[in-house]
Design a protein around this ligand. Structure first.
Ligand SMILES: Nc1nc2c(c(=O)[nH]1)N[C@H]1C(S)=C(S)[C@@H](COP(=O)(O)O)O[C@H]1N2
Ligand SMILES: [Mo]
Length: 347
């Protein structure tokens, strides 16, 4: 974990939302040094006093969402704090909650960034079920409660890099996709995992639009080793709170080393396949979007360079442009999966 000397910490870098730290975490992380000095006044007082097991991000109380159904409550009370080792955590400033839930790509609700929050009010995240299909020992249609029951929820703080060259830092709540996959026991033929989003033109106005270019439902896929990588998360919450519709309620994928479009929202089907599944953006513009879509500063999109990105929200105080990192900064965790592959060809 990156520890900065106090003099290097600018006000704009202080986590803007409530991030709760207990004392042990606080001291262990080195932030304790800052707390005694100038930066302590910039943190909400509650952030230091709060008890807990470690780092915990919470949505502003006036914006928090109610549980989609009663059984969710206990799951969310027991969220495990973020593991600050490995790639599960970054100390970079969190993108504020209001930006995370109001600047979205979710074409089912329209193509403008403000469309998803404005148009997703009719999405019903409860009841919800997910079909498990294909090369798997335990296929079936499972309720979301059945899907979630055996899994403990944990917090992960990940960078999200969109192919449109903006990025955010988001505290997700979820569980490793690998744990779900092991439960349903893919057969030896399963080489890929395909994901499909809900297709419901009634609640998803973008799916009834005459101008839509996507062939619904939205679909994505991962190679089995990518799906099993510990970083790959099935998220059911953000900022310690239930996912809002615009972020992919009730359950979505988060693959932090790939461009954002791989992180498919509002999943209703998970299919294990022998062959590489078709994916929405690749179907639409294969020369622009590949199956792998690994964040890579040296593989440029035909219409724009990818070596720089803008961290949202943009502020007047700080330059928010920064160099894009290979695998979005997760090379230690994922590079070995791509050894011997020509990443320029298999983009
Ligand atoms: N079903 C579906 N999933 C989707 C998209 C979409 O349009 N439809 N957009 C993708 C893109 S391009 C990005 S950058 C991320 C954005 O996630 P966020 O809005 O939660 O930040 O969702 C991805 N998942
Ligand atoms: Mo994106």
């Amino acid at each position: 974990m990156l520890i900065k000397p106090p003099s290097d910490i600018r006000p704009s870098e202080i986590t803007p939302e409530s991030v709760y730290l207990n004392r042990r975490q606080f001291i262990a992380s080195g932030l304790g040094v800052v707390a005694g000095g100038v930066a302590s006044s910039l943190l909400p007082s509650a952030s230091i006093a709060a008890a807990g097991d470690g780092l915990r991000a919470t949505a502003p109380s006036d914006m928090a969402r109610a549980a989609p159904a009663a059984w969710w409550g206990s799951k969310f009370e027991a969220i495990k704090p973020v593991d600050t080792a490995g790639g599960f955590y970054t100390s970079e400033s969190l993108t504020p909650y209001r930006d995370v839930i109001s600047y979205n790509n979710f074409y089912e609700f329209g193509t403008d960034k403000g469309d998803p929050i404005a148009n997703s009010g009719d999405l019903k995240a409860d009841p919800w079920s997910i079909a498990i299909e294909g090369e798997v020992e335990k296929p079936g249609v499972y309720t979301l409660e059945d899907i979630l029951k055996p899994h403990d929820l944990e917090e992960r703080i990940y960078r999200l890099r969109c192919v449109e060259r903006w990025s955010m830092v988001i505290p997700w709540v979820g569980f490793p996709l690998a744990d779900l996959i092991k439960r349903f026991q893919p057969t030896s033929k399963a080489k890929y995992v395909e994901f499909l989003t809900l297709h419901d033109p009634q609640s998803m106005p973008g799916q009834r639009s005459r101008f839509t270019t996507i062939e619904w439902p939205y679909r994505e896929g991962l190679r089995m080793d990518e799906a099993m990588n510990p970083l790959t998360l099935l998220a059911v919450g953000v900022y310690g709170n239930y996912l809002p519709p615009q972020n992919g309620a009730p359950i979505r994928l988060v693959v932090p080393w790939k461009y954002g479009f791989k992180s498919i929202k509002s999943i209703v089907k998970i299919r294990f396949t022998e062959n590489e599944p078709a994916t929405s953006w690749n179907m639409l513009a294969p020369e622009e979007y590949g199956f792998y879509a690994n964040v890579n500063p040296s593989v440029h999109h035909p219409r724009w360079r990818q070596d720089m990105e803008t961290r949202l929200p943009q502020t007047l105080l700080s330059s928010s442009r920064s160099p894009t990192l290979l695998f979005n900064g997760y090379a230690d965790q994922v590079a070995s999966m791509y050894m011997g592959m020509d990443l320029a060809k298999l983009y």
